[in-house]
Write a protein that binds this ligand. Structure first.
Ligand SMILES: *Cc1c(COP(=O)(O)O)cnc(C)c1O
Length: 482
């Protein structure tokens, strides 16, 4: 039986999900079909994984996450190796993509630092630092707008490497926090708080306006062009409590083209130069942020590797500093999505099928699954595209395909997980669908809408598995009631 696709849509087959062997960058590195046709991750088939884990479940390939973290750490380390005029480089994992103690621990063990944006993320990162026997909280950072004095005091008290101030008010709060820390003996009488300043450079990049964060008309950062950044910098340099460690820029998310980073680096390094010329203070560090894109579907290009990104950034920074006549700063980056995204696959079970006739013999198959916008809000929030593969069996090519939409169980018509995908025409209730690249901004943005219990995150590695986060239960939800 052949089903015609709705008018104006790509031909049948064009939207089929690539198998792991066809697009390895879309899948965790250990993903493959077993000889009997099941998808396997970390040496376990999906039926083995689902024996120990209720569906839906996020499955995270530990080896893949460690490999990505190690690649970023090595790339920044090597490209900014402190010789030939370079001053070192470092990669911080942006924990908001997905953070749990184990994941933070793996990133730290593989040589990355961790960036955080809340008390919760910072607490988990400090716990992970302790797990790896590390004392050195210069490997941790705290970002975010609207930080409270208490949050700033925690960051300063732990001597975080990156405390990125986002407003003039936060500069005041940081100075006050240092005075308190001196008064209660946590800091020595002359000790200063190390801070950075988040700049808006006017450069914005990335797929979707809602997630492009370097517009001037937005909540983050201090404007280079309007002069508020310089104002904050001057206050920090003059403050006896504070030490201006560096300048920070984050230009957006899901960026594939590195040109935006060149532009942002120019604005940041030029400001660094001007500040040095006027005040004599040359910032030792520049942080160029995160936002490095990944593939979500077969239509996306293969993204640049960490080594390519680091090489481009190193060339750019070297060139600009030569032009300006400045020593090269220590350079850091903060990838989140590109560390966690491709490491994880969500497994869903098909719970219902509904064929909707669209006229002239065309139709769309609506595929209901046992999850939805509560475990993946990105399609509803950003119109993000995903794809899905039948994972519990190898589809028989002679059966043909049908144009499908994978939808959740929530009371919203926008509750879509995969807007357009070609699935086998014999798809049945009980089949397992694997949605790749859900490791970033999936579980971390999950909600309990409709009083759904949030899915667990299962690590897999060489035939073994365990929980990173166990699945929530109804009891967990009821426990919150007053
Ligand atoms: C979100 C964010 C990141 C990470 O972004 P990705 O797109 O996940 O790489 C890094 N730095 C800052 C300041 C951010 O807000």
């Amino acid at each position: 039986m052949t089903y015609q696709v709705p008018a104006g849509e790509p031909p049948l087959g064009a939207l089929a999900c690539p198998e792991p062997e066809d697009r390895p960058d879309l899948w965790p590195t250990t993903a493959r079909r077993t000889p009997d046709g099941e998808l396997a991750l970390g040496g376990l088939t999906v039926s083995e994984i689902l024996t120990d884990a209720p569906s839906p479940v996020f499955v995270l390939d530990e080896a893949d996450l460690r490999g990505r973290a190690a690649s970023w750490a090595a790339a920044m380390h090597e490209e900014f190796w402190p010789s030939y005029g370079m001053a070192g480089g470092e990669a911080f994992y942006a924990g908001k993509a997905f953070l749990a103690t184990k994941v933070a621990q793996w990133a730290l063990e593989e040589g990355m630092g961790i960036d955080t944006a809340s008390r919760g993320e910072l607490t988990v990162s400090l716990a992970a630092l302790q797990e790896v026997g590390g004392e050195d909280a210069t490997r941790l950072g705290l970002h975010g707008n609207g930080k409270t004095q208490a949050e700033i005091a925690v960051a300063l008290g732990h001597h975080l490497g990156h405390l990125v101030l986002d407003s003039l008010e936060e500069v005041e709060l940081a100075a006050r926090a240092v005075r308190d820390l001196r008064a209660n003996g946590v800091f020595g009488p002359e000790e200063t708080g190390r801070v950075m300043v988040r700049l808006t450079t006017g450069v914005h990049a990335g797929g979707h306006e809602f997630i492009a964060t370097a517009h001037e008309d937005q909540k983050f950062g201090l404007s280079v062009h309007a002069g508020t950044a310089r104002q904050a910098i001057d206050v920090i340099i003059a403050a006896p409590e504070l030490e201006l460690h560096g300048l920070h820029s984050h230009i957006g998310s899901q960026i594939m083209d590195l040109a935006g980073f060149r532009e942002a680096a120019r604005v940041v390094l030029t400001l660094r130069h001007e500040v040095a010329a006027d005040t004599g203070h040359l910032c030792p560090e520049v942080d160029l942020g995160g936002g490095y894109g990944i593939a979500y579907t077969g239509a996306d290009p293969v993204p640049p590797s960490p080594a390519e990104v680091a090489r481009t950034l190193a060339e750019t920074v070297r060139e600009l500093c030569t032009e300006l006549g400045d020593p090269v700063p220590h350079v850091s980056v903060e990838p989140g999505r590109s560390v966690a995204g491709p490491t994880t696959v969500t497994l869903y079970t098909v719970t219902g099928l509904k064929r909707v006739e669209l006229g002239e013999g065309t139709s769309r198959l609506y595929v209901s699954i046992d999850g939805g916008m509560s475990d993946n809000i990105r399609p509803a929030l950003y119109e993000a595209a995903y794809t899905a593969l039948v994972a519990n069996r190898r589809p028989d090519p002679s059966v043909g395909l049908t144009r499908a939409r994978v939808v959740g169980k929530h009371c919203e018509s926008g509750d879509v997980v995969v807007r357009d995908v070609d699935l086998p025409a014999d798809l049945s209730v009980g089949d397992v669908l694997a949605v790749p690249a859900t490791g970033a901004y999936g579980r971390s943005m999950a909600s309990s809408y409709n009083l759904f219990t949030r899915p667990g995150v299962r690590w897999v590695r060489e035939g073994e598995s365990g929980w990173i986060l166990r699945p929530e239960t109804i009891d967990d939800l009821l426990r919150l009631e007053g």
